[in-house]
Design a protein around this ligand. Sequence first.
Ligand code: AMP
Length: 262
Amino acid sequence: MIEIHKSAADFARQKYDVLVPTMGALHAGHESLIKIGKSSGKKVLVSIFINPLQFENKNDLENYPKSVEKDLALAESAGADGIFIPSKEEIYPGKVDEVSAGELGEIYEGKSRPSHFNGVLTVVKRLFEISSPRMAVFGEKDFQQLFLIKKMVKEYGLPIEISAAPTIRDEFGLALSSRNMFLDIDQKKSAQVLFRTLQKSSIDEMKQEIKNEPNFKLDYLEIINEESFLKADKSTRYKRGIIAGWINQVRLIDNMQVSFTS
Ligand code: AMP
């Protein structure tokens, strides 16, 4: 049976080896993270906390999907040993010691969502403090987030291995996201443009693909250096296409490894 913890006082520090932080509304993407954590044969804790600090839009925070009963069932069937559903007071008792994501937290996702990454790093660091895992699993789906978390772990010298999980997609290539439930059937079809775009072999082809889908409003499209998160150039070893935009009001992001820079 999965153990449900409402408070950190419920479980001893270091009781769990692996932490999988989430905001709930779990889907097959989260499930894959739990399975990766579990594959090490270790005890896995899934946290569910909708972190107000990382939402710059109050509406977005209030409307964030919630499905705790379903989440428990999914986490348990994926092999999680414990689930941690803390209150806001538990995570942020008194004054919040905010972590800064620095300049790399202000570009791409961070440009459209100011202070988002400071909020993400702040909550992740708190969750690390509370549960003291030896490993934590994050999805490549949120590639800039993954990059900044790895950077934070290095900078603070935290003894935690960060494991990167590949993006889980639906049969049409759309990256699974809790926000996809806000899309109707036609919008979901339009959302396939992100995957199609990332599979092109030049920036011009990518831009053309985006133009062909009028329901998608592009925020950014870039080829970045995976090791620095700066714009890739000819000498870049590991390149990744990153894309974000909106369909209606729903923000969608995706990324994929590519082999070109222009
Ligand atoms: P969230 O609940 O959206 O904050 O996501 C929790 C974790 O699940 C993050 O590490 C995400 O990157 C990861 N994640 C979300 N969607 C996917 C997906 N489609 N494939 C793989 N990982 C994902």
